[in-house]
Write a protein of this length. Sequence first.
Length: 132
Amino acid sequence: MILEIGMKHTVETLVTPENTAAKAGSGNLQVFGTPFMVALMENAALTLMAATLPEGKGTVGTAMNTTHISPTPVGMRVYAEAEVINISANGKMVDFKVSAYDEMGLIGEGTHQRAVIDNDRFMEKANRKRSN
């Protein structure tokens, strides 16, 4: 499969006490936490790209700009969608429109960017930080 502008992918989760703002430390209430919404959006983009990459390649998030506009209580399902809106000329940078919904409608939206990386080279770079 080749990644193309307009491709979309959706992932979902159930809001539980483990993914609330209170659990993340990003708030004090038992509602879906913004860090978990952002992670779900990233996962939608990651999953879409993973299906198009050769062995040994992966992606990392490089930018995220979101708004979280509506609370979701424990027990409701949440869905995140990522849609490819731009692919760099060399194919290494991909921009997404990201949206999140609960059973009542839109709860968050924004943009996300991912970079294609060589997994081994990326981990070598990260691990070099320990030797300094």
